[in-house]
Design a protein around this ligand. Structure first.
Ligand code: AMP
Ligand code: MG
Length: 409
């Protein structure tokens, strides 16, 4: 069997996934969803408005003013935030104005209330008939003009972007009550193995807990997908086929399994998938997680992760997360890397290695220490880790201080 590079395996898997269809949701339902269309702005702000509490005026009326030589203006209007009044002012006039309120016609600047004789510290004082201006202002000062932040027609968010809090705020600013987003893909998940006991049943001798169902389900949800939890398939052909068929009837967009992809029990999953679709079984040049199965069951893509809990996790991050990202409509599925420095020497066997590490910042340097022994069943090494170090293929040892790529966990 050929040994595939991680990158080649990733590319072959990714090439079989395309985004699910879009749906229209109200803005309230869109946190974490992926935009299906580019979003364009209107002029923001939508109208000229004041950035301070103060007095709107004509800057030419306040030339060379100071506390020692103030200028007195007639206050002809009071403009609270939210007002839609058609106020206008002329030379020698001012209007009291609140932050965010529309600038009156004729005005070209606002002087802060602190730079006037108005008693701004007492509450509920009505606008005065006259105000003394203590400071000169330039035309445009303290005014947010229409379109100053964003111009009408400017693209603000792109299709394929996962919506964060600030993006939702932006869409609200644009009055986008309904948003076109990709629907959440459905990922069917099953564990396989006669030794596995679900969390709600007693642990009989020789059995172990089905760990991967819980880890991988959480990773699937974190990837923006819905999990169809199919539970545990015993090492029997019919039982496996039943679960695969169930995932088809539940309209899964992808089927993910763990274990049963090394020699032995693998044959059952292999038989079932091959007789209802097609299957590639790859040995990938990586550690942990060398065996990966990939194929299609009745037209639905299938990824088989290794059984050991750390291998399953790493296999998910390397192969499944990008595939789910593509399904979910994400424009960018590659995970950002950060450079860290080894705080201890590291040995590898020449395969592309994903090592569990604790990365801490000290004196401006991100420095990485391995979290105990790196056995593929030692989940504690992942529990204590905040990063996965990526040691490239072909590297067998790295001295302390070496720079390496890492993924934050
Ligand atoms: P396999 O790929 O079936 O040979 O499994 C490799 C190792 O992973 C074995 O020690 C299994 O018992 C273990 N394993 C398989 N599935 C799970 C699971 N869902 N949770 C925890 N350990 C598992
Ligand atoms: Mg097994």
């Amino acid at each position: 069997m050929t040994l595939l590079s991680v990158q080649a395996a990733q590319e072959r898997i990714l090439s079989c996934f395309k985004p699910v269809e879009a749906e229209t949701l109200s803005l309230e339902q869109c946190a974490g969803r992926v935009l299906a269309a580019d979003m364009f702005s209107i002029d923001l702000p939508l109208f000229d408005n004041s950035s301070v509490d103060g007095f709107a005026l004509i800057a030419a009326d306040a030339v060379d003013t100071s506390a020692a030589s103030p200028r007195t203006l007639n206050v002809v209007a009071d403009i609270p935030a939210g007002s839609s009044s058609d106020v206008s002012i002329m030379r020698g006039q001012a209007a009291r104005i609140m932050t965010g309120a529309p600038l009156p016609k004729g005005a070209d600047a606002v002087v802060m209330v602190e730079d006037t004789d108005f008693d701004y510290q007492s509450p509920n004082i009505a606008a005065p008939a006259q105000v003394k201006i203590y400071k000169s202002v330039k035309a445009g000062e303290n005014v947010r003009t229409r379109g100053m932040d964003i111009k009408n027609g400017q693209k603000v968010l792109s299709a394929g972007h996962r919506l964060r809090a600030q993006d939702l705020g932006m869409l609200a600013m644009l009055s986008t009550a309904k948003v076109s987003v990709f629907r959440r893909p459905r990922a069917a998940l099953l564990s396989s193995g006669d030794e596995l006991a679900p969390i709600d049943q007693p642990l009989k001798p020789g059995k172990i807990r089905d760990t991967n169902s819980h880890t991988i389900a959480a990773l699937i949800e974190d990837s923006g997908c819905e999990v169809l939890r199919l539970g545990i398939a015993p090492d029997q052909r019919d039982a496996i086929q039943t679960l695969f068929d169930k995932s088809i009837s539940m309209k899964a967009d992808v089927i993910i399994s763990s274990a049963g992809v090394s020699v032995g029990a693998f044959d059952f999953i292999k038989d079932v998938v091959e007789s209802n679709g097609s299957l590639d079984f790859w040995k990938v040049n990586m550690r942990p997680g060398k065996p990966v199965a990939f194929g299609e069951y009745r037209g639905v893509p299938f990824i088989g992760l290794p059984g050991n809990p750390v291998s399953a996790f790493v296999g998910f991050e390397v192969f499944v997360r990008p595939a789910l990202g593509r399904l979910a409509g994400l424009e960018t599925v590659a995970r950002p890397k950060v450079k860290v420095r080894l705080a201890e020497p590291v040995e590898s066997d020449g395969r592309e290695s994903y090592l569990r590490a604790m990365v801490e910042e000290s004196t401006g340097i991100l420095s990485a220490k391995l979290t105990g022994h790196q056995g593929s069943g030692n989940l504690l090494s992942l529990v204590q880790a905040n990063a996965l170090l990526i040691i490239p293929a072909g590297v067998k040892s790295l001295p302390i201080g070496s720079p390496v790529d890492a993924w934050w966990l």
